[in-house]
Design a protein around this ligand. Structure first.
Ligand code: GTP
Ligand code: MG
Length: 241
């Protein structure tokens, strides 16, 4: 595994519907959570960039699925938040159905990062996401975020409460769930989170080199196809003096 596996991530595409999502390909990790929980901020902190994913004080900022590509071709997906009341009903159903289908059917999804505001703990909708995801056997990383807003002793209490809530809701799947105390602003838990996600996505020197070679091959092929035909083959009859 390389040292900072999520750094140098680049934005690739925004999808507002199933048809706009690229076909399932390289391994993918999605960031899910309540609206305003801090999903986009967590992606930025892990990528060590300030404006890779759009963040906002206004809940409901991320309204589509935004995909980011790592150096080895693996993807991060920033999902629209759920549970924001002040969204027109129609739109809310559309997002939630889109989100539900993505989580249930995306073949490439190797793990889920569930972003939870540590001050609020796991909510009803977070538990529903766990209900639908954990039976697939894939791992979940709960980022208990905004820890900077709590005192050190309250941080421990909050992390333990989240661990207990997840384990009691899903005793059979407790080993699939890891809880990491996190803060995007104070950069708490970055190393632990990047290590786990980097392992899920197999971000190694070898996988990066293979992707670079593949990209170079594709670029060379493209420029060959675009290049003008070589001259000197058929120039027409030479004029005789
Ligand atoms: N103090 C503190 N604030 C944070 C942290 N993470 C996010 N925030 C703030 O929380 C607000 C929401 O952050 P976003 O990252 O946009 O949240 P989101 O989950 O992507 O929100 P939606 O896209 O609307 O679902 C912003 O004002 C962030 O600055 C954190 O670790 N600590
Ligand atoms: Mg967002």
């Amino acid at each position: 595994m390389v040292k900072h596996p999520l750094q140098q991530a680049v934005f690739i595409i925004t999808a507002a519907s199933d048809e706009q999502l690229p076909p399932s390909g390289p391994p993918e990790v999605a960031f899910a959570g309540r609206s305003n929980a801090g999903k986009s901020s967590a992606i930025n902190a892990l990528a060590n960039q300030t404006r890779l994913a759009f963040t906002s004080k206004m809940p409901g900022r991320t309204q589509q699925i935004n995909l980011f590509r790592l150096r080895n071709g693996a993807l991060l997906a920033d999902l629209p938040g759920y549970g924001y009341a002040a969204v027109p009903k129609q739109l809310k159903y559309h997002w939630q159905a889109f989100l539900g289908r993505y989580l249930a059917t995306r073949q490439a999804l190797v793990g889920l990062a569930l972003v939870v505001d540590a001050r609020h703990g796991l909510g009803e909708l977070d538990l529903q996401v766990l209900d639908s995801f954990l039976p697939s056997g894939r791992p979940v990383l709960i980022l208990a975020t905004k820890m900077d807003k709590l005192t050190p002793s309250a941080q421990r209490v909050a992390a333990t409460a989240i661990e207990r809530a997840a384990a009691s809701a899903h005793p059979a799947h407790a080993t699939q769930v890891t809880v990491i105390p996190f803060s995007a602003t104070r950069r708490i838990g970055i190393e632990q989170a990047e290590t786990l996600i980097g392992e899920w996505l197999d971000v190694t020197v070898e996988s990066i080199a293979a992707q670079v070679a593949q990209d170079r091959g594709a670029a060379a092929q493209e420029s060959k196809e675009k290049a003008p035909r070589s001259r000197g083959v058929s120039r027409g009859p030479k004029r005789l003096a």
